[in-house]
Ligand binder design. Structure first.
Ligand code: C2E
Ligand code: MG
Ligand code: MG
Ligand code: MG
Length: 287
């Protein structure tokens, strides 16, 4: 079983995190080996604009093809990677894979962007902007193809350091967004002073929209406030057509969620994008 930590790097102390715990040490060894042996997989979830239903990008979501336990979701190993520092190598692997896949989609005629999630530990690393710049150059991609997602708690952990790294990433031309918005303690006014352009409203707010009025009030006012501050808004966790349509009425900019598509391997993404656009009503191109 995995250690529990959120992306802010705040580790919830469970017995699994005891340094002397053989299960944890075993998993750590497995993960280090797995990363080295190329056992990480990256799946992609499309993101579409609510105005015209077009897919504009995809979020990279890591999985680990464990030799005995099968394909593991991030909840099983990201906490451990963060607690042990392996997350830095893991992120470099995901970034390289995501940029290579993004280049393939573009070569196939779809100008999609790709989004990569960053843990606090990775965001606070002063060498990150240089590594990102080198990877973009290596893959011959403009920085605008890459979006980096950070949580509010990661940005709050060491605000001065986070701001410095975010500014340098923004300086490269990378798009920055705040992930899981609403689950941390950052105010919108603080976030609006960061060089971020997008707010992703956490799934927990989106899923309660249909069941209670409060959820909808929160989502509506967040969209209005974010727009007033010049931020784009993405809704995560859109699971029904009803929610998609409601978000459209509320003026939300983009959406992601199982109703559009679940995360898929890179080679399936373009077919999935076409299916999403059929569902959202984008007229198919002829010829
Ligand atoms: P996240 O960045 O907020 O990503 C969205 C998560 O919600 C994904 O889970 C996705 O599969 C799931 N999801 C998307 N739409 C829906 C929906 O409509 N309903 C429901 N129930 N779930 C939906 P996943 O892939 O298990 O990833 C979980 C978290 O792991 C991510 O949350 C992110 O915080 C972290 N993560 C994933 N990949 C990476 C990575 O490469 N690096 C780091 N540091 N963290 C990662
Ligand atoms: Mg994310
Ligand atoms: Mg998210
Ligand atoms: Mg989330």
């Amino acid at each position: 079983y995995a250690a529990k930590a959120d992306r802010s790097g705040v580790v919830v102390h469970t017995p699994a995190l005891d340094r002397h715990d053989p299960a944890r040490l075993g998993l750590f060894g497995d993960l280090r080996r797995g990363i080295r042996d190329g056992d990480l997989r990256v799946h992609y979830q499309p993101k579409a604009t609510l105005t015209d239903g077009r897919v504009v990008g995809a979020e990279a979501l890591v999985r680990w093809a464990h030799p005995q336990r099968g394909l593991l979701p991030p909840s099983e190993f990201i906490g451990l990677a963060e607690a042990t520092g392996l997350v830095r190598t893991l992120t470099d692997v995901v970034l390289a894979r995501a940029l290579a896949d993004c280049r393939d989609w573009r070569a196939a005629g779809r100008e999609l962007t790709v989004a990569v999630n960053l843990s606090a530990r990775v965001l606070l690393d002063p060498t990150l902007p240089c590594r990102v710049a080198a990877l973009l150059a290596e893959h011959d991609l403009p920085a605008a193809c890459l979006e980096l997602e950070v949580t509010e708690s990661a940005a709050m952990q060491d605000p001065a350091q986070a701001l410095d790294v975010l500014r340098r990433l923004r300086g490269l031309g990378v798009t920055l967004s705040v992930d899981d918005y609403g689950t941390g303690h950052a105010s919108l006014s603080y976030l609006s002073r960061l060089p971020v352009s997008t707010l992703k409203i956490d799934r927990s707010f989106i899923s309660t929209m249909e069941v209670d009025g409060t959820g909808q009030v929160i989502v509506r006012s967040t969209i209005e406030l974010a727009h007033a501050l010049g931020l784009r808004v993405v809704a995560e966790g859109v699971e029904t057509r009803c929610t998609w349509q409601r978000l459209r009425t509320l003026g939300c900019d983009e959406a992601q969620g199982f109703w559009l598509a679940r995360p898929v391997p890179a080679e399936d993404l373009l077919a999935r994008v076409a299916a999403v656009e059929t569902r959202t009503g984008v007229p198919a191109l002829t010829g």
